[in-house]
Design a protein around this ligand. Structure first.
Ligand code: C5J
Length: 223
């Protein structure tokens, strides 16, 4: 049964049974001091406001028995899935694969790659490790969603203009109806978050919709 919520640029209609929550990269390496985000010179505290809204979305999807996918930006220990063009980009004090205070940066099996404890996946929730910025690149996510009959995606997580926006654009091109939860996403650059929200919803929702978390949670309560 479809539910409708107030969104930008217009009402968003979705069937919870064919909708998945995609929580992008809420990992220690991005949100905590000593990880990849900090190594790139960012103030990681700027991402913290997204934690409670992400948790509210998880709680609502869990309460309704709906599909939840967590992603992690994560590489194999041999870095065979991390091309030099990615590893050597920027002026990081610690690069992907280097040993930092939370283990090797963005490497599977290390403490820093884990999702923050507040948003830890529950048994049965899929965790997709992605070597790129987009969640659909080299992951099998599209096949997984199609096999489950998913047609609509609610996006949350970090960072808004990098992995969240890239994933939302990939999803839009694959035919999913996408909504970005405005307060459940953050950036190290507040202006980039604002620009992303504006650009995805511009031109009649050229990439998708956006709405506050409370609108999504409210719609699920009514649905
Ligand atoms: C970045 C991400 N910003 N998860 N990754 O490198 O957005």
């Amino acid at each position: 049964m479809k539910v409708i919520l107030d969104a930008k640029p217009c009402a968003f209609s979705f069937d919870p049974a064919t909708t998945a929550l995609i929580v992008i990269d809420m990992q220690r390496d991005f949100l905590e001091p000593g990880g990849f985000g900090a190594a790139l010179g960012n103030d990681v505290s700027l991402l913290a406001p997204a934690i409670a809204p992400c948790r509210a979305l998880l709680d609502a999807f869990r309460a309704n028995g709906l599909t939840i996918i967590h992603t992690r930006e994560a590489h194999r220990p041999d870095l065979g899935d991390c091309p030099p063009a990615k590893r050597l980009r920027g002026d990081a004090r610690l690069r992907i694969g280097d040993a930092g205070p939370m283990g090797r940066i963005l490497v599977i099996g290390e403490p820093g790659v884990e999702i923050i404890p507040e948003l830890a996946p529950l048994p049965g929730e899929r965790v997709v490790d992605k070597p790129g910025k987009g969640a659909f690149h080299a992951t099998g996510l599209d096949e997984m969603l199609r096999a489950s009959g998913i047609r609509s995606l609610i996006f949350a997580g970090v960072t808004t203009e990098v992995c969240v926006q890239t994933s939302m654009r990939e999803a839009n091109d694959r035919g999913y109806e996408c909504l970005l939860a405005e307060d459940a996403t953050e950036s190290y650059f507040p202006a980039f978050k604002a620009a992303t929200l504006a650009m995805v919803t511009a031109q009649g929702g050229i990439v998708g919709w956006s709405a506050p978390t409370r609108a999504v949670v409210g719609a699920l309560r009514c649905g």
